[in-house]
Ligand binder design. Structure first.
Ligand code: 5GP
Length: 193
C-alpha cells in the first residue's frame, strides 16, 4: 500500500536490526486518514471471504481492526485483552503469546460470548513479527468453533518467521507493507505486490 510505505519511509525509525518504530502514525499518535485507508485496503481484499467479525489484540491492533470492520459493512470488532480485570467473568478463551517487543508472555483473553460458534473471523494486527500474537488469536478463534478466513496486517517484518509460518499453514495473509531489512536505522521495504 503506497501511502503506508511512504509513511514508513518518511516517519518510521529503525531500532537496532529488528524493531520498526512508527509511533508517529500507528503506535502512539494515530494518523486517522492513513488508518482509514488501511481499513479500505483490507476490506477490499477480504470482502469476498465474507468475514462476520474482526478479531485483534489490544492496544495497537484496535485502530486498524476498527477501520477494516467499518468498511466491511460495520461488522463488530473483538479485541483480546492482555490483563485480567475484576469485572471480567464469563467463559474466557485464552492463549499465550510471547511478546516480541516486551520480551514477556501475554495471556490473551476473549469472552466466549463475543465469538459465537460459526463466526467467520478476520484477524487484524498492526505488526507481524514471529507470528505469536496472530497464532494465539487463531487458537482462540478455533477454541470458539469459528473459521479464520484470513489475517490482515499493517506492517509485516519479512525477515522474521511469522509470515512464512502462516503462509506455510495455508493462511490467507495480506500485509499492507513488508519490511525486508533494518540497517543503521534505515528501513528497507519490499516492492508493492
Ligand atoms: P509477533 O507476535 O508476530 O512476534 O509480534 C507482533 C506483535 O508484536 C504485534 O502485536 C506488535 O504489537 C508487536 N511488534 C512486533 N514487532 C514490532 C515492531 O517492530 N514494531 C512495533 N511497533 N511493534 C512490534
Amino acid at each position: 500500500m503506497k501511502k503506508l510505505r511512504q509513511a514508513i519511509m518518511d516517519q518510521g525509525k529503525g531500532i537496532g536490526s529488528e524493531i520498526v518504530k512508527v509511533d508517529m502514525f500507528l503506535n502512539h499518535r494515530l494518523d486517522s486518514a492513513l488508518i482509514f485507508d488501511m481499513g479500505i485496503e483490507l476490506a477490499k481484499y477480504f470482502r469476498k471471504d465474507k468475514p462476520t467479525v474482526v478479531l485483534t489484540v489490544e492496544a495497537s491492533g484496535i485502530a486498524v481492526a476498527l477501520a477494516a470492520a467499518h468498511f466491511l459493512n460495520d461488522i463488530p470488532v473483538v479485541f483480546a485483552k492482555k490483563s485480567t480485570a475484576s469485572n471480567q467473568s464469563g467463559d474466557m478463551l485464552t492463549a499465550v503469546a510471547h511478546s516480541f517487543t516486551h520480551g514477556n508472555d501475554n495471556c490473551l483473553r476473549v469472552d466466549r460470548q463475543y465469538l459465537p460458534k460459526g463466526s467467520r473471523v478476520l484477524i487484524v494486527d498492526d505488526f507481524l513479527a514471529n507470528g505469536q500474537a496472530v497464532e494465539a488469536l487463531m487458537s482462540i478463534a478455533e477454541q470458539a468453533g469459528c473459521d479464520v478466513i484470513g489475517v490482515g496486517i499493517a506492517v509485516e517484518k519479512g525477515f522474521q518467521e511469522g509470515g512464512k509460518r502462516l503462509r506455510e499453514r495455508g493462511v490467507n495473509l495480506k500485509s499492507l507493507a513488508v519490511v525486508t531489512q533494518i540497517s543503521d536505522g534505515k528501513i528497507s521495504l519490499a516492492e508493492e505486490d
